[in-house]
Design a protein around this ligand. Structure first.
Ligand code: PLP
Length: 418
């Protein structure tokens, strides 16, 4: 009945694997994020097996969901990691990730973050500008280290996604402009503590077509050929992340057809292939469980005020994103057209508009496809403690993050002495 594998109705109850969500509510309360361990593994395996015999490394983009239990699960099944901060580096190491499988992306790496990554001996820095390359060279030289580097090239292709998450156009802040990339590669030969090992791009997120990926890939291969003529030893090609998922009616390519299309563009070249999927590994492996606090009827609208809000899941408020909202227990009450809103004092605090649901106070709702950019973008706005997170494995549930306490919320704060 449900279009989300691992999240199916059994009789009238929505379950995660074989655990009914109302049981999770009784054990852990709401709001909470609930993940399916099998769904996470299946998503990873789909990418992994699509590479077949080709030398590859999947570097899970940590920012999509940086919970330690999820990082640890991916580490155990062989994943690498794409990080964008020193905090993410620390999380990956703490979760048992292999430093030799870490790539470090981001336009604003600080000197401290570079040092930490050099100490950890990560696989590669994805460098986004000439000044960053100079800084990294300087820091590596002070530490007596050689920094392994890919330049993140901006291939100037239109990813045709939401403007906030499109990164591969020349007007974006990301990467080195395609026309300048070769020159910078060449001049990097003068930097004594930089070793060029790769070529990298990442054009955006929630892409639902293959064409922008293959267009970017073809441009990069052209650049690769030039670099090899200049006798660069390019060991890997990093194709970034960005494959979309189905939130509503999108029909993104499968991980398998995505990988196969890129591999066929790359052809017989010997380079190892890296990809950095985030959303497509975790997005449809998690949901946000919430409870209806109040039903409020006005002349114009029917509101269901729930106990999760924009601080828990900001995607609707930030991108006007759509998330399917399913009843946890199906009943025969009267169906109405509800605005599903949170308690936060902002009109933008909604989880869904115009949802046809049969609700009574206390009902549980599942906000689907919330595994990516849900918990990791959550905040304490309105002094709301962060939600709990639960991982389901078969018929077992594991609390992987306790609900934040009010003490923790104010722990770092001080009032003035007088
Ligand atoms: C965010 C990001 C990713 C992951 O993007 P998804 O759309 O979640 O797959 C990969 N690489 C870089 C450099 C990123 O910034």
């Amino acid at each position: 009945m449900s279009k989300f594998p691992y999240f199916e109705y059994h009789n009238t109850k929505l379950c995660v694997e074989s655990v009914p969500l109302d049981r999770i509510f009784r054990e852990y309360d709401t709001p909470c994020y609930v993940y399916s361990r099998s769904a996470l593994i299946a998503a990873f395996k789909e990418f992994d097996s699509a590479f077949a015999e080709r030398d590859h490394l999947i570097c899970y983009a940590v920012k999509a969901n940086s919970s330690l239990a999820i990082l640890n699960l991916f580490a155990k099944i062989g994943s690498g990691f794409d990080i964008v901060s020193g905090g993410e580096l620390q999380r990956v190491l703490k979760a048992g990730g292999d430093p030799k499988k870490i790539v470090f992306s981001g336009v604003g790496k600080s000197a401290d973050e570079m040092r930490a990554a050099l100490i950890a001996n990560i696989l590669c820095f994805n460098v986004e500008s000439e000044v960053e390359l100079g800084t990294l060279n300087q820091i590596a030289s002070e530490m007596g280290k050689i920094a392994p580097v890919s330049l993140r090239v901006n291939p100037d292709v239109d990813a045709r996604t939401h403007p906030y998450i499109s990164t591969g156009l020349k007007e974006n802040k990301f990467g080195i402009p395609f026309v300048e990339a070769e020159k910078l590669y060449t001049s990097s030969k003068n930097l004594t503590n930089i070793r060029i090992i790769g070529l990298d791009f990442h054009i955006g997120s929630q892409l639902t077509e293959l064409a922008p990926f293959t267009e970017a890939c073809k441009k990069m291969i052209g650049l690769l050929d030039h670099l090899e003529e200049e006798s660069f030893q390019i060991e890997h090609l990093d194709l970034g992340g960005g494959l979309g998922i189905r939130y509503f009616e999108e029909n993104p390519p499968s991980a398998q057809s995505y990988v196969e299309a890129l591999c066929s563009d790359i052809g017989h070249r010997s380079q190892r292939i890296l990809i950095e999927p985030g959303r497509s590994l975790v997005g449809n492996a998690g949901l946000l469980l919430t409870r209806v606090e109040y039903l409020k009827h006005t002349d114009h609208r029917d509101f269901a005020i729930v106990d999760a809000a924009m601080n828990d899941l900001i995607r609707p408020a930030l991108y006007d994103a759509y998330h399917e909202i399913l009843p946890v227990n199906i009943n025969d009450n009267k169906i109405k057209n509800y605005q599903i809103v949170g308690p936060v004092c902002e009109t933008g605090d909604f989880l869904g508009h115009d949802r046809k649901l049969a609700l009574v106070k206390g009902d549980l709702l599942a906000v689907m496809s919330a595994g990516a950019y849900g918990m990791s973008m959550s905040s304490n706005y309105n002094s709301r403690p962060r939600a709990a997170e639960i991982m389901v494995d078969g018929d077992q549930t594991h609390l992987i993050r306790e609900r934040e306490s009010l003490e923790q919320l104010i722990f770092n704060e001080r009032t003035l002495p007088l």
